[in-house]
Design a protein. Structure first.
Length: 83
């Protein structure tokens, strides 16, 4: 079993600079049987300016055939706790 990126949307609001301290906030916004969607905000840690917003859909696949499979129940339970 593995997780693969199925779809990504990214909005660049402002550039980050070399050696700039960044804060990355990530949370699950949708959890389904074989996939989940994360939202991530990348923020300038010094002035709290939002630099980038990312939304990524991640799918669970069977490594033997690379076809979608259900996320194991134990993992679904843990992911559900943090939504």
């Amino acid at each position: 079993m593995a997780f693969v990126v199925k779809h990504v949307e990214m909005h660049n609001n402002a550039p980050a600079r070399f050696n700039q301290m960044l804060s990355i906030h990530s949370h699950i916004v949708e959890l389904k049987g074989a996939s989940m969607t994360f939202k991530q905000d990348i923020i300038n840690a010094q002035d709290q300016k939002l630099l980038v917003t990312v939304q990524a859909k991640i799918a669970c696949v069977d490594l033997a055939n690379m076809r979608p499979r259900r996320i194991p129940e134990a993992m679904l339970g843990e992911f559900s706790r943090v939504i």
